[in-house]
Design a protein around this ligand. Sequence first.
Ligand SMILES: Nc1ncnc2c1ncn2[C@@H]1O[C@H](COP(=O)(O)OP(=O)(O)OP(=O)(O)O)[C@@H](O)[C@H]1O
Length: 265
Amino acid sequence: MTNNLISVENMTFNRGERVIYDNVSLKVQRGKITAIMGPSGIGKTTLLKLIGGQLAPDSGRVEFMGQDVHAIKRSELYNLRRKMGMLFQSGALFTNMSVFDNVAFPLREHTQMSEALIKTVVLLKLEAVGLRGASQLMPSELSGGMARRAALARAIALDPELIMYDEPFAGQDPISLGVLLELIKSLSNALKLTSIVVTHDVTEVLSIADYVYILANKTIIGEGTPSQIQQSESELVQQFLGGKAHGPVPFHFAAKELSAEFLGR
Ligand SMILES: Nc1ncnc2c1ncn2[C@@H]1O[C@H](COP(=O)(O)OP(=O)(O)OP(=O)(O)O)[C@@H](O)[C@H]1O
């Protein structure tokens, strides 16, 4: 068995005329935390959707547990997706259900477990994120940080192999952020979960990641362990890490020349 849970090979992906990824290859190792960083709008969420099979590449392949995500049948993709937990930025809990029922939802939907067993699993998952005491609360009664942890409990309900976090730290106060960081690390260790964390919070993610990819200019501009990344001599990588507005990574969304726009040329 290979050490890689995910393998992206020579992947190209376009949105209409725009190239989002140009011949990108990357690997995600089993049981490790892989950080995917890059400026806003570069295609980080798109990458998660390509891995999850919600989007298909124009060329190249994406393998998850040795299976080509985009070549398999719908039913096989459906089974594969059950092994992937996703925690999106919006992290939406069902607002009309208690925290308990939110976490129970995937178990009721996808398994034949008895209600007694569901109760045990739900309480264990809530315990893992520190919210067992909040099981009867409604989402509107939770703080932003608690809501994200409840969504995390739901994302791990079916014991996935992989969990993909999309901007898990956005809008969190420093304490909730610290709690989330610890949680990602401890879930990864305790459950042997493979984690992908998509973020532009450099310092935070470098503190927990095992391996880092930095995306820009339609490709991977840097990769390595956090210390390799920090010592990188690449101007592109240093621009990103230092949050510098000026440098080789452009901040303008691709557009026509100004003269062409204004003078109609
Ligand atoms: N449904 C869509 N149709 C067309 N273009 C899209 C669509 N969704 C995203 N895009 C474009 O694809 C590019 C990549 O988007 P994506 O959301 O993956 O970026 P991101 O790196 O996750 O950004 P952020 O960090 O701001 O969330 C963006 O420039 C966006 O304009």
